[in-house]
Design a protein around this ligand. Sequence first.
Ligand code: UTP
Length: 473
Amino acid sequence: MSDIIQLFKDRGQGHVFTFFDDLSADEQAGLIAEAEQIDLDEIETLVSELIQTKSAGNDAIADELEPADFIPLPENGDPELWAKAVKKGESALRTGRVAAFTVAGGQGTRLGYDGPKGTFGVTPVLKASLFQVFAEKILASTRLYGRPIPWYIMTSIINHEATVEFFERNEYFGLAPEKVHFFSQGLMPAVDADGKILLAGKANIALSPDGHGGALRALVRSGAIREMEADGIDVLSYFQVDNPLVRCIDPAFIGFHLMTNSDLSSKMVPKAYAEEKVGVFCQKNGEALVVEYSDLPDKLATELDDNGDLRFRAGSIAIHIFNRAFVQRLGSGKDKSAKLPFHLAHKKVPFLDLNGETQEPSEPNAYKFEMFVFDALPFAANPTIIETAREDDFSPVKNAEGVDSAQTCRDDQLRQFARWAAAAGIDIETDETGLPPFAFEVSPLFADSAERFVERWNGLAAKPELTNGVVLI
Ligand code: UTP
């Protein structure tokens, strides 16, 4: 009997191999390979700490929480400092210190789209994919700063092949293929209430990605960090695959990160209202952290400061910059005092029972373990948080309908294009929310900011009329 089967038996997980003798040789090898990925010590600890021990609740932390400091936008703060940051960021870009990094390993269950989320079409006219939008932004920055910007994309085993195939089919959207790097994140098994690992089928364990926080160890395990070191890259511009408004490469943000010698920098937007479902940047005993909306006590979530603004208003929008050495430290797992915790999610997970019957639970039956990238914050030296305008950086596609859907994201892109057009003096009709009554589109290759738009527009010999269906490329 294979050692791994014996090990699983010894640790009370032998049922994973219930159907082993019915499998073909290939299937047996596949199941063993899946089992080998699982760290049984880690699972045992998580089961005992997260499932079998009830959490103490969050009231205890409330008294110690303070709002995190942040650097306000130039119009609310210090324009000269912002100008200095832009210069610093531009210089880092010109010397090739920066890589873009997208986490795209999620399962996108809420959107319910069949395929990697990055392949989902989002732009108002062409329905260009999320990946295309980011690729064109990165290409635009590459052209502007005269240095190729490598792009690291984290997938999971579930969507890896389809993601790479999409880039190949689309010729990497004009990027140099050798500058686009894909790697897969780790997987974690789902377990039942007794900590037993669930099977997805006779030859498969119920595995799912280990959360966006898994990015740190995947960057190290895949060799990506070593490769960055060899290429002189020490700044990783992190963004999620579902937010086409993000400024993938933002010189001011990069500049602030470098000027403050930060391990991990973050962007915040003021929360739109107290109950908004975003995490909030806080500090506790001098350390920065993100408190999830569900964990922020009501009395803090609604508290106002002297100006009548929400006191805890720094909403996290999952846009960060990592210092490479910091990723190495956290991701390698060698520093036992700096480890991302796992969070527990109680979910409905279809599984194969030990009679070989597939069960489709109608109630949550299983626990999944996930790490969150913002949990790196308390370990970071000089964590820097800067304010950004929501309309220029954040409109995620999470849901099929309603808030944060393809429709709201399309409208937010159109509002941005209309603002850029207005900045160039183009008379464009909009409603009171800034939304034009027709769809047009500005490719990032034409312009990826208001300033660039004005410059490019003024330089056009023949200016098209901005009407329905027009695309500026
Ligand atoms: P979400 O938390 O929105 O999760 O991910 P999701 O899997 O995309 O969507 P739902 O919750 O199933 O509907 C935020 C970002 O983190 C990435 C996602 O790809 C997205 O860019 N992510 C999430 C990973 O890369 N790996 C994960 O394990 C989880």
